[in-house]
Design a protein around this ligand. Structure first.
Ligand code: MF3
Ligand code: CO
Ligand code: CO
Length: 260
């Protein structure tokens, strides 16, 4: 039942780990195209993390997960397993989720990629889901409560006739991959834990085009939408600063105000 508050020295290590995870998402983009297998994407990320960054891919062997990244295509909500049999095709949307451990600290981030020419309804789901993440991040500062964040995310999804997945959530992160608090992507304003400077956690909304319910596949990992419709997810690792937020996994293509 304890949330860890990180020192500036610990946050510096998380900054390095976060930058490494972001860099993996930046470099894999050029490889995400029709015809590539998700196993090939996994190999490229694994090699970069272990041989260039001298870091550890946190997902590999985590609770028995067999690969270094998660690759979740179309109706897959999260935790898709890279495979030689999964070949990307024109029109797919795919989430790639990368977690790197450097000097014991985790950086966890994911983004959506469009494969070839994607239908506009799928592009719209991807964009609105990213806006949901950004609306959550915008609220992060000391004094905000977790319910405020969940509420903002849920409202934006529902305003666009989408639904939020409730079975999976964001999480505290540091030397432990998944620690307290749980960061729900739905909720009520003025409820839940109050944020404090030095907290580090993820926000990672999963938004469905259809119904919110999910189903776990027989492989024990892959989570799909029950109705088979599309799902999207974006994730960042964040630190609460004195006045706002630092996005530890920001990519160069993004532009965040530094409220810290
Ligand atoms: N990176 C995921 C998260 O955002 C966790 C993946 S766990 C794995 O929390 F075992 F599936 F890799
Ligand atoms: Co996470
Ligand atoms: Co993740």
């Amino acid at each position: 039942m304890t949330v860890t508050i990180k020192t500036p020295q610990q946050i510096e290590k998380m900054r390095v780990a976060g930058r490494m995870a972001a860099e993996v998402l930046e470099l894999i983009g050029d490889h995400v195209r029709p015809g590539v297998t998700t196993a090939e994407l996994d190999r490229i990320c694994h090699r970069h993390i272990t041989e260039v960054q001298n870091a550890i891919p946190a997902c590999l062997n985590y609770k028995g997960f067999p690969k270094s990244i998660c690759t979740s295509i179309n109706q897959v909500v999260c935790h898709g397993i890279p495979s030689e049999k999964k070949v990307l095709k024109d029109g797919d949307i795919i989430n790639i989720d990368v977690t790197v451990i450097y000097q014991g600290y985790h950086g966890d981030t994911s983004k959506m990629y469009l494969v070839g020419k994607v239908p506009s309804h799928a592009q719209r789901l991807v964009n609105i889901t990213q806006e949901c993440l950004y609306k959550g991040i915008d609220l992060v500062r000391p004094g905000t409560r977790l319910g405020d964040i969940g509420h903002a995310i849920q409202q934006h999804a529902q305003k666009n006739y989408y639904t939020v997945v409730k079975e999976y959530c964001g999480h505290g992160i540091g030397t432990v991959f998944h620690e307290e608090p749980q960061v729900l992507h739905y909720g009520k304003p003025d409820t839940g834990m109050e944020l404090r400077e030095g907290m580090t956690f993820t926000i990672e909304p999963m938004v469905n085009a259809g119904k919110p319910q999910t189903r776990l596949k027989a492989d024990g990992w892959t989570v799909e939408t029950r109705d088979g419709r599309l799902s999207a997810q974006w994730e960042h690792t964040l630190a609460v600063t004195a006045n706002g937020v630092e996005v530890l996994t920001a990519r160069n293509e993004e532009n965040f105000d530094t409220k810290g």
